[in-house]
Design a protein around this ligand. Structure first.
Ligand code: AMP
Ligand code: TRP
Length: 353
């Protein structure tokens, strides 16, 4: 289910995952699985965004030891899912200082009003906004820097990142407008930064909590029963799916019948995404079935797809030499792309170097 994207128009893909622990099925279906699919189409840069992880209180990301181990865990998930760090680039963000450097320039381009509208900031900051970090407020500006530092035009993400990608376009556009003359004078033509397209497609762009069909599956949900973690074993997956909230009706035989049934929609979407099938196709097979039977089919499918990946993740997490080597080598290759772009930004803005 790869998007019909043309490599000619999308020379580079970029995406990132925060090392904040509890990698789950939503991260896999909404993001990591899509990263793997893009590898045959484009040059890809996949980043463990550790600078983003520290925007929340230390108690949320767990402190220095936890951060280091979470960085390795996300890297292990990338590799176990099938991302090839030789053909593509895998690294952690803090190793390439140009991310923070370009984010500063973008902090001076983006407007307070734009940031005020970000729903993720509102959700994460909660009621006590005064206590949120300045970094959390500027989070989308760092995200724009991540993408534009590589002049990436295609970004596979889950549905929750759509607003941030719209803001990335606004920042690119304003930079291109504010410095239009300098951009031309320095030989960069009409636009320094390209426009970025989000890649948000398929049946699992927003995987919901197994306990509440109105809430997103999330790393930070206090109930572990709400999510399937990528390292869960068969018994845990089976138990979580057995306990997953449903309604009393049997499954409908067409997608329209899922309307108003968020829990059913979620489980069918998960099945379709794991199997690489459409929702309609899955319902053509399971329409009329009771949830008990469907849940056990879903358990088999999930164990089949996630089991080998979880085992490989555990193996890789223990092999820190290998994982650290991948990140270090990836960072050098990332920097080789990022540095000249940042030099161009400096010339365009008028910094002497
Ligand atoms: P994060 O863990 O916030 O860094 O998210 C990493 C990637 O997973 C992003 O592309 C998110 O959009 C995606 N993602 C996170 N939660 C979900 C979810 N419940 N359903 C689908 N995609 C998700
Ligand atoms: N904000 C993204 C998330 O929470 C992670 C991220 C950081 C990202 N930089 C990015 C995603 C650049 C895509 C591109 O999921």
């Amino acid at each position: 289910m790869t998007d019909a994207i043309d490599a000619k128009f999308h020379p580079r893909v970029f995406s990132g995952v925060q090392p904040t622990g509890n990698l789950h099925l939503g991260n896999y279906l909404g993001a990591i699985k899509r990263f793997v699919e893009m590898q045959d189409v484009c040059d890809c840069v996949y980043c463990v965004v550790d600078l983003h992880a520290i925007t929340q209180p230390v108690s949320v990301w767990g402190g220095p030891k936890q951060l280091a181990s979470n960085i390795r865990e996300v890297t292990a998930a990338f590799l176990a899912a099938g991302i090839d760090p030789v053909r593509h680039i895998v690294f952690n963000q803090s190793r390439v200082p140009e991310h923070a450097e370009l984010a500063w320039v973008f902090n001076c381009i983006a407007r307070l009003g734009w940031m005020e509208r970000m729903t993720q900031f509102k959700e994460k900051a909660g009621k006590d906004r005064e206590r949120a970090s300045l970094g959390l407020f500027a989070y989308p500006s760092l995200m724009a820097a991540d993408i534009l530092l590589y002049k990436a035009t295609a970004v596979p993400v889950g549905e929750d990142q759509k607003q941030h990608l719209e803001l990335t376009r606004d920042i690119a556009q304003k930079f291109n407008n504010d410095f239009a003359e300098s951009i031309r004078d320095h030989g960069f033509g009409d636009a320094f930064f390209p426009m970025t397209a989000p890649l948000i497609h398929g049946p699992a762009t927003r995987v919901m909590s197994l306990r509440d069909g109105a809430k997103k599956m999330s790393k930070s949900d206090p109930s572990d029963l709400s999510r399937i973690n990528l390292t869960d074993d068969r018994d845990t997956i089976a138990q979580k799916l057995r306990k997953a909230k449903t309604d009393p009706e049997p499954l409908p035989s067409e997608p329209a019948g899922l309307e108003g049934r968020p829990e059913a929609q979620n489980l069918v979407g998960i099945y379709a995404a794991l199997a690489g099938r459409t929702t309609a196709d899955v319902l053509a097979e399971y329409g009329g079935a009771q949830f008990s039977g469907f849940k056990s089919a879903l358990t088999d499918l999930a164990v089949d797809k996630l089991g080998p990946m979880g085992a490989e993740m555990k193996r890789l997490v223990a092999d820190t030499t290998h994982v650290d080597g991948v990140l270090a080598a990836g960072a050098e290759r990332a920097a080789a792309i990022a540095r000249p772009v940042m030099d161009g930004v400096k010339d365009v803005v008028g910094f002497l170097r």
